[in-house]
Design a protein around this ligand. Structure first.
Ligand code: MG
Length: 169
């Protein structure tokens, strides 16, 4: 098993749509960032890369690179998942917390967890998205932050292969 932790924070930027977990959420302000600024997917990508012992999101997709300008952050997750599969690993479960005083996320948590589970190719009950406010304290007023923890386990096929090898010895 491998475990990974990820964190991210983005400032509000009025000019962009708000993306969280790959879901567009109606709100007066989106988030500033080089890519689509999906703070939840960024935290998740770093948790996945961390679990794999790979360089962090900023190192793999530097904001200085014009290729990632307005990039769909689901690309980062797909890259991490491809690396995970190459290592014979699969997602056990994902737990996340989004910290935002606004908008209210209650109506969107299930939609976000479903979108993330589809992206990872796992069941919705393997992905938790929890909402939290800052009780009006910074940085909740100025932007949105996210934490993510991921547990990776041996993929079905690689586990069978490993068992087969040990039986053969
Ligand atoms: Mg980010």
């Amino acid at each position: 098993m491998r475990i990974g932790i990820g964190y991210d924070i983005h400032r509000f930027d009025g000019k962009r749509p708000l993306k969280l977990g790959g879901v567009t959420i109606p709100h007066a302000r989106g988030l500033a960032g080089h890519s689509d600024a999906d703070v939840l997917l960024h935290a998740l990508a770093d948790a996945l890369f961390g679990a794999l012992g790979e360089p962090d999101l900023g190192e793999q997709f530097p904001p200085s690179d014009p290729r990632w300008r307005n990039a769909d952050s689901r690309t980062f997750i797909k890259t991490a998942c491809a690396a995970m599969r190459r290592r014979g690993l699969a997602v056990g479960n994902v737990d996340t917390t989004v910290i935002a005083d606004a908008p209210k996320l209650t109506g969107y948590k299930r939609r976000m967890s479903r979108a993330i589970s589809a992206l990872l190719g796992v069941a919705p009950d393997q992905v938790s998205v929890k909402g939290k406010t800052t009780e009006g304290l910074a940085p909740g007023k100025a932007g949105i932050a996210a934490h993510a923890v991921v547990l990776l386990t041996a993929a079905q096929g690689s586990r069978l292969k490993a068992r087969g090898r040990s039986r053969g010895r």
